[in-house]
Design a protein around this ligand. Structure first.
Ligand SMILES: C[S@@+](CC[C@H](N)C(=O)[O-])C[C@H]1O[C@@H](n2cnc3c(N)ncnc32)[C@H](O)[C@@H]1O
Length: 216
């Protein structure tokens, strides 16, 4: 594995590379809590759609823990798409990535209903319409009883960690359309789209795992 020569265009960190496969330091840190939350909540033989799969490491870890599930990678970034494709070629359960912009109208067209829609560390590093597209897509795609799983930093009024306030400021400086999202605003968005906040799980590094569930 060698460090990438060029700074990444989609990740705020130096990703490592082994042929097409990319490795993300933040995915390595978050992989275990993500796997733990998902592995015990997915129903048998669940179909999972991941938005903004990045390197593909989360899908790989989840499918290793739950070989019964089918995990559909999606991405907008060509290098991340190639990384996900390389991982999908090596493990049953991982489906070759779809190229998809979750902020574009009609991104759900042609996608089969799913038991879980997973989006990890994306909505703060993307314009708000991506979160809106995710929620409206969830309204169409998530099966009754299924859920949306969001993972990452959130603003939570006076409970917000100082590190997340600083992160929010640095994101907005980099791109005014980015920013750590208030948990109440995100909850309202998913509620309007028929998914209620079902679980709020504290995970390391002041991140939250949020489960928005569609009624059975
Ligand atoms: C910080 S990375 C997180 C990657 C991965 N989910 C993880 O947690 O390791 C954000 C990812 O979101 C993807 N992304 C950004 N905007 C997107 C959009 N509009 N539609 C789909 N993916 C998007 C980027 O290409 C990038 O791979």
């Amino acid at each position: 594995m060698t460090p990438e020569n060029q700074p990444p265009t989609v990740a705020l960190e130096d990703r490592m590379r082994d042929a097409a496969k990319l490795y993300s330091p933040s995915a390595a840190r978050n992989r275990e809590p993500v796997r733990a939350v998902l592995a015990e909540r997915l129903r048998d033989n669940a179909r999972v759609l991941e938005i903004g799969s990045g390197t593909g490491e989360h899908g790989e870890a989840c499918c290793a823990a739950r070989p019964d599930i089918a995990w559909q990678f999606t991405e907008i970034d060509p290098e991340s798409l190639a990384s996900c494709a390389a991982r999908a070629a090596e493990m049953d359960g991982l489906l070759p990535p779809l190229r998809l912009d979750a902020g574009s109208p009609g991104w759900v067209d042609g996608i089969e209903p799913v038991d879980a829609l997973v989006c990890l560390n994306v909505i703060h590093i993307a314009p708000w319409p991506v979160a809106e597209g995710l929620a409206s897509g969830a309204a169409r795609l998530v099966n009754p009883g299924g859920f949306v799983f969001l993972y990452g930093p959130f603003l939570d009024g006076e409970r917000t960690a100082p590190s997340n306030l600083a992160f929010d400021a640095s994101l907005r400086q980099r791109n005014p359309a980015w920013g750590v999202r208030p948990i109440g605003t995100v909850t309202d968005l998913f509620t309007k789209n028929g998914l209620a906040l079902d679980e709020r799980i504290e995970v390391p590094a002041n991140n939250l795992a949020l489960i928005f569930r569609r009624a059975a």
